[in-house]
Design a protein around this ligand. Structure first.
Ligand SMILES: [Zn+2]
Length: 136
């Protein structure tokens, strides 16, 4: 499929963060979110409003009226082990250039940890299978 990211090529044994980056990029059934308490990826539950999934373009507005946070990126894995890992929200936005031009992606808001999920946002059939949740 055009636009599919190339698989990450490892020349050495991957770090745990690289393995999770690969898992995020390869996920086709849902957006994966890093849970800093469990130190693992968990499904991100897509918000619904009035029985319909909130379109990516309306997430910012939805977020202001509900207790909703986007998926968590992998930045907690870059913090010193002496500090308690803290949830870091990834940014969801429409890309205007590059490999994912015209696609919605979830990416590390600081551009530090390599978290990048994309394909499920754009493929209608897969969006329909996303795990969902109603947020307050
Ligand atoms: Zn990050």
């Amino acid at each position: 499929m055009p636009g599919n990211p190339k698989p990450l090529a490892f020349t050495t044994f991957p770090t745990y963060r690289q393995k999770l980056q690969y898992d995020v990029q390869s996920s086709t059934h849902c957006v994966l979110s890093f849970d800093p308490a469990k130190l693992e990826l968990v499904p991100h539950y897509w918000p619904v409003s009035e029985g319909a999934r909130v379109p990516p373009a309306e997430l910012h507005q939805y977020r202001e009226a509900h207790q909703y946070l986007g998926p968590g990126c992998l930045c907690p894995l870059l913090e010193p082990l002496s500090e308690e890992p803290v949830f870091r929200e990834a940014a969801i936005y429409l890309t205007w250039f590059g490999r994912y031009e015209g696609e919605y992606v979830a990416e590390c808001a600081k551009g530090q940890c390599g978290y990048l999920g994309w394909s499920p946002f754009s493929l209608t059939k897969q969006v329909l299978t996303f795990p969902i949740a109603q947020y307050r």
